[in-house]
Design a protein around this ligand. Structure first.
Ligand SMILES: Cc1ncc(COP(=O)(O)O)c(C=O)c1O
Length: 373
């Protein structure tokens, strides 16, 4: 309070007021306890008590320290990090893997460090902000290509001189659509471009042992770098970059968000390892999720997405807020995604489907959507 009195904070309040006036102010929501149609915990692993007790028992048995204690380049490189990286090398079929504290840090470190002055970065216009931010932080020229548009990508690649990096995602976080991976890989090969694919929303949810879409499609060896995150379908925390050994050595030397930060708490690292082991015993979870997706799609026939992320387009911040409020009043936690998070005119509900959503809940959601939209 004292600070507010002595310091002029009008410049901050002014920008907040602009948002309030436009109806797009962001506020931290309170925990609702409603039916979960919002989290990225697609397989319900974050609340799985069997998995939780395996993690806790291991932490106690192995006297795991509470914190990382330093950068991995100093005191923070505990034995569990290398153990989980080795495990991931076999799961992701990669020559090497490097753990990161989050998907945000992984994408930012990777993209900002590999591309340099004179290079070009072509990114799908709907790429997650951490990929874009990585691009902007590099000294390369950055150009967006139209979302999932192969012709636009190719025509831009034709014009690039020098080294080029292409950024895309397997499943797009706001639209739930899937990139045409096979074709993108081939186009990148044709133009010798370095392809970086973010598997944030497919990690855990697709592929053997949760290895994602690229391994499922046998494209893994044709991609320069793959980014996996563990805070979504895996239900825990952290991320990894999979690729070659030289890429790992490079990131350890030049990836600033890797170097200048405290390593993940070892507890999180053990959580990742145990979750992968758990997933290998529970391969029915992926097909159960697919059944829930099919159930939703057969009841909400306007769906354009085949994944657990189901956008319902509304087209205005106010209406999106209103519809989500009515769904919440009916006990269903559905949140609006407003501009500027998405482009103005594409404001929507972002429905996440989960293994833990019952048939009745999914049918109730679809029938309320029919009434409200
Ligand atoms: C596509 C995509 N990439 C990366 C991230 C960031 O991952 P994390 O939550 O682990 O920082 C997100 C998170 O929303 C995402 O949707």
């Amino acid at each position: 309070m004292l600070f507010c009195r002595v310091m002029n904070l009008d410049f901050l309040q002014h920008k907040l007021d602009e948002r309030i006036n436009k109806g797009n102010i962001r506020k931290l929501p309170s925990f609702t306890g409603l039916v979960d149609f919002v989290s990225n915990d697609y397989l319900g692993l974050s609340g799985d008590l069997q998995l939780a007790s395996r993690i806790h028992e291991r932490c106690i048995a192995e006297k795991v320290p509470n914190g990382g204690t330093g950068s991995r380049l100093l005191s923070g490189n505990h034995k569990w990090y290398e153990e989980v990286e080795d495990l991931m090398k076999s799961i992701f079929k990669a020559e090497d893997v490097l753990l990161f504290n989050s998907g945000y840090a992984a994408n930012q470190a990777l993209v900002s460090s590999v591309a340099d002055k004179g290079d070009t970065i072509l990114y799908d216009q709907l790429s997650h902000v951490c990929l874009k931010e990585g691009a902007w932080l590099s000294r390369a020229e950055t150009i967006a290509f139209r979302h999932n548009d192969l012709e636009d990508l190719e025509s831009r690649l034709k014009r690039v001189e020098g080294r080029c990096f292409v950024l895309t995602e397997t499943i797009f976080s706001m639209d739930g659509d899937v990139a045409p991976l096979e074709q993108i890989v081939s186009i990148c090969e044709k133009y010798s471009a370095y392809l970086i694919v973010d598997e944030a929303h497919s990690t855990g949810v697709y592929g053997e042992n949760g290895s994602g879409m690229l391994t499922e499609m046998k494209l893994d060896q044709r991609v320069f770098a793959r980014v996996y995150t563990f805070g979504k379908g895996m239900g825990v925390h952290g991320a990894a970059v999979a690729g070659s050994k030289v890429l790992k050595d490079y990131l350890v030397n030049f990836g600033r968000p890797f170097i200048y930060t405290t390593s993940l708490p070892p507890h999180s690292v053990i959580s990742v390892a145990e979750t992968f082991k758990f997933l290998s015993e529970k391969d029915h979870l992926q097909s159960e999720l697919q059944e829930k997706i099919n159930l939703f799609r057969s009841n909400w026939t306007e769906s354009s997405s085949h994944t657990a992320i189901q956008p319902v387009m509304i087209g205005s911040n106010m209406k999106a807020r209103n519809v989500s409020k009515q769904l919440q009043e009916a006990g269903l936690d559905v949140r609006p995604i407003l501009s500027p998070t998405v482009r103005s005119g594409t404001e929507r509900l972002r429905i996440s489907l989960h293994v833990h959503n019952s048939h009745e809940e999914i049918i109730q959601l679809a029938s309320l959507l029919k009434k409200l939209i």
